[in-house]
Ligand binder design. Structure first.
Ligand SMILES: *Cc1c(COP(=O)(O)O)cnc(C)c1O
Length: 353
């Protein structure tokens, strides 16, 4: 599909790299494409960043038929711009489409749209260490209609914005509250889709954990509250003895691209890497025996987020003395090294703009 381009006549002033706040600043252009049953996905265009006009009865507001993605463009030392595994995001967006009865976009349209938009706003990819251009593709229902059914029409939009370094003073372990009251998702629900509704479901637990002094929650399975699922908006890994463990994809866990990358990296380093069920009790037992070495979350925003403390029903354990573990640090250094073009891209994960 041809993407038409309308350049802005009034480019915005770019903020200084040290003033970047995640998700508050947006670049000059956006991508938009519409769907109707007659025309399919059509009218792909890049236009100046601007508000969307919506009808108050738009279905996405009332019934939440809305999905999104998140990825980043990285500025290398030699001034080039790297995308990290963007096709994985496009594929996951299509999977999410199917789960929410949204007519899937073509892979080629998805990847073309991301690449073209980043190319046009290339100057918005900041250069200071740890900064990047965050890319947010999303699709939502646009029928003005209050009946409950899949919408007939949709919009696929991509916006981007520069973001600061996640870790300004080195990788820092966080305190995590093990959630045994609220649940994020259950098997058969929306957990494995990147659906906006999953976030709505998670806010209350997140707020209560914050009030207790914790950064994020560790989600347990929605039925028995026994098996570990994810940590906040990240996937989670445990190192017990010489085994690296991450919960297997079971239908309620979001299949993270950072998770997938970690699994591949850890295997390539020759560690025992298991994708299997793991209970919170197993983690506490391992800690008791002195075998719990590292715990970390994985996601596009932070790459790796080490866990320094867990609180499960008032039982508090410290992990690796509250410090970043050696393997957590090695994965962080390797993935960011590949993303910023400092390390060779041995896995073929980078696409240059
Ligand atoms: C996006 C997301 C992740 C992380 O996925 P990445 O592709 O690694 O960024 C993990 N869990 C949830 C619930 C998410 O929405």
């Amino acid at each position: 599909m041809k993407i038409s381009i309308e350049m802005t006549k009034s480019p915005k002033v770019k903020p200084h790299s040290d003033q970047l706040v995640f998700g508050r600043t947006f670049s000059d252009h956006m991508f938009i494409c519409d769907y109707s049953p007659e025309k399919g996905w059509h009218d792909a265009r890049i236009i100046p960043y601007q508000p969307l006009q919506i009808d108050p009865s738009i279905m996405t507001i009332h019934y939440g038929q809305s999905i999104f993605e998140g990825l980043k463009a990285y500025r290398t030392k030699d001034g080039q711009v790297n995308l990290y595994r963007p096709m994985e995001n496009v594929k996951r967006l299509i999977t999410s489409c199917k789960r929410l009865c949204i007519p899937p976009i073509d892979e080629e349209l998805g990847i073309e749209a991301i690449k073209k938009l980043v190319e046009i706003d290339k100057d918005w990819v900041p250069a200071e260490e740890g900064t990047s251009l965050y890319i947010r593709p999303f699709i939502f229902a646009t029928d003005p209609y209050l009946g409950v059914k899949p919408s007939d029409t949709y919009s696929f939009v991509i916006i981007t914005g520069p973001v600061g370094a996640y870790y300004k003073e080195g990788v820092n372990p966080v305190k995590i509250y093990v959630e045994s009251n609220y649940v994020r998702a259950v098997k058969g629900g929306l957990g494995e889709a990147k659906a906006s509704a999953n976030y709505a479901a998670s806010l209350k637990a997140q707020e209560e954990a914050k009030e207790k002094g914790y950064t994020q929650v560790l989600w347990l399975d929605g039925v028995e509250k026994k098996y570990i699922e994810e940590v906040g908006t990240m996937n989670v890994f445990f190192i017990i003895g010489d085994e690296v463990i991450t919960p297997e994809l079971n239908g309620s866990i979001l299949p993270g691209i950072t998770r997938k990358s970690c699994v591949e990296l850890i295997k390539s380093w020759g560690y025992k890497m298991s994708e299997r069920k793991i209970t919170i009790q197993e983690v506490y037992d391992a800690h008791e025996k002195g075998l719990l070495k590292e715990v970390f979350g994985t996601g596009t925003a932070a790459v790796i987020s080490p866990v320094g403390e867990l609180n499960w029903n008032g039982h508090i354990i410290k992990i690796n003395d509250g410090k970043t573990g050696a393997i957590s640090q090695k994965i962080y250094d390797t993935l960011t090294g590949i993303q910023y073009g400092v390390l060779p891209d041995e896995f073929g994960w980078i696409e240059r703009i």
